[in-house]
Design a protein around this ligand. Structure first.
Ligand SMILES: C[C@@H]1N[C@@H](C(=O)NCc2ccccc2)[C@H](O)[C@@H]1O
Length: 449
């Protein structure tokens, strides 16, 4: 083990109640909203091919023109309760909201810069109504914060000169001030989701970032911070130089999912996902494949089956309204979650071998396994292998618990569960209530004496 001053300060999963709640959330909503939603991926009639929230970095976009969008920020159709209701209807149990993206525009009236909603035609704080609306809906709030800030004069991609170093010191103070300000203004926030931390300038700030993380955790005990916030003194990110996870959960799964339990190294993690291929902020023209609700339900089940959370992104329009396709998907996912959320909430890795029919999840601390089916076998038989000492006490459809299913032990600890789901067009869940297997070799006759 290398001696590290600024590596990870904790090994293994957090066991406190706040993190246990986070772990059991299963499904979350991401909100990417800011000035980039006004152009929506288009400028002067031309379409930007990158992600809409990166349009400021596009050569065709003059920086002053982008920066002047602050004077156009007036989201007359913004309705925090409507956003929270969409998340509620979808079955999301937490939300991650952009407070400031890479462009530096602040959705809260920060005292440390003029580049905020306070100096837009809208004038009012956006974060407070959002935090309150989601909290009222019973949905936990995580604040997204981009360290990289293209608007701040002190931001540097790397520190090469003394002038860079002096400028970046000012930027570091500004960053700390804003983070303490956010935690102070929005004490209901359960965590911070950091982004924009991959450049050398920030990677070189191991000591500063370590001390800042400690200060934030002291200010807000139980605060949840992921692995993307800081690097160790050797520049290692997500996992320190001893290969120990930084922060409370792995934040590496952006628009991709792990495939096997080995990929997650026994850590908590979240996967953040876009509905189109790669658009986080509102883009007028969604190009390429738009994921269906069934695909997104499958990703949610896969994430939970591997012990993580699935966080689906929504990009509200510049006027504050939510696009129809996003509202429709939220309702379709929500319809499924209303019937099947027992297989998602407070569930995790079942320990069972992956089978072709889909993903299995297990209720934490309860002997219930959920077989979330996406591929219906023509045989009607659903194979499941159980650990040696475990047997099936009862099996039924989650959607119709009176339908007890036939179970056949086809090999030792290997069973076929027979099910004919009502609908073949939507994923469905088979429940296995398990029990300790009577000592093998003992038969009922012996027991009868
Ligand atoms: C959550 C997403 N993260 C931002 C992003 O730029 N991701 C692309 C990226 C991901 C990892 C290393 C460098 C760049 C996107 O703009 C979204 O905010």
């Amino acid at each position: 083990k290398i001696k590290l001053k600024h590596g990870s300060h904790r090994e293994g999963k957090r066991t406190d109640a706040i993190m246990q709640k986070w772990r059991g959330n299963g499904l979350g909503q991401f909100i990417h909203w800011g000035l980039y939603a006004i152009p929506g991926g288009e400028w002067n009639g031309k379409q930007y091919n990158g992600a809409a929230e990166w349009i400021r970095s596009w050569n065709e976009m003059p920086k002053p023109a982008y920066d002047s969008l602050i004077y156009k920020f007036n989201p007359v159709n913004f309705n925090a309760d409507q956003w929270a209701a969409i998340a509620k209807d979808m079955g999301a149990r937490y939300v991650t909201i952009t407070t400031k993206h890479h462009d530096g525009f602040c959705l809260w009236p920060s005292k440390y810069t003029s580049y905020t909603v306070a100096n837009s035609p809208w004038k009012k704080d956006i974060m407070k109504p959002l935090v309150d609306a989601y909290d009222k809906a019973g949905i936990d709030v995580i604040l997204y914060f981009s360290i990289m800030d293209w608007n701040h004069p002190g931001w540097r991609y790397d520190i090469k000169t003394r002038a860079d170093s002096i400028a970046f010191e000012g930027f570091k103070k500004f960053t700390r001030n804003q983070l303490i300000e956010l935690l102070t203004m929005y004490p209901k926030a359960k965590g911070l989701w950091f982004d924009g931390t991959w450049d050398k300038s920030w990677i070189k700030q191991a000591k500063f970032a370590d001390e800042l993380e400690a200060e934030m955790r002291k200010l807000r005990p139980g605060l949840i911070i992921g692995s993307r916030f800081r690097a160790d003194e050797y520049g290692k990110r997500h996992f320190d130089s001893n290969n120990v996870l930084m922060g409370d959960y792995e934040q590496g799964w952006e628009r991709k999912l792990p495939n096997t339990i080995a990929d997650v190294h026994g850590n908590d993690w979240d996967c953040v996902m876009t509905i189109p291929e790669n658009q986080w902020g509102y883009n007028k023209a969604w190009k390429g494949h738009i994921k269906t609700s069934t695909e997104l339900i499958e990703m949610t089940a896969k994430a939970v089956s591997l012990g993580g959370n699935f966080v689906l992104n929504f990009g509200p329009k510049g006027d504050g309204s939510i696009r129809d396709q996003e509202k429709r998907l939220a309702l379709e996912i929500g319809d499924w979650m209303k019937v099947n959320n027992e297989a998602i909430y407070n569930c995790g890795y079942s320990g069972l071998e992956k089978q072709d029919w889909g993903y299995s999840t297990k209720k934490t601390r309860i002997d219930k396994i959920y077989m979330v089916v996406f591929n219906i076998p023509v045989s009607g038989a659903y194979r499941v292998k159980l650990p040696a000492k475990t047997a099936i006490a009862k099996s039924y459809l989650l959607a119709d618990q009176n339908q007890v299913l036939k179970v056949e032990e086809v090999h030792t600890n290997e069973y076929f569960v027979y099910a004919n789901p009502a609908s073949q067009s939507k994923p469905f869940v088979i429940v296995l209530e398990t029990k300790k297997k009577e000592r093998s070799g003992e038969n009922n006759y012996d027991k009868a004496k």
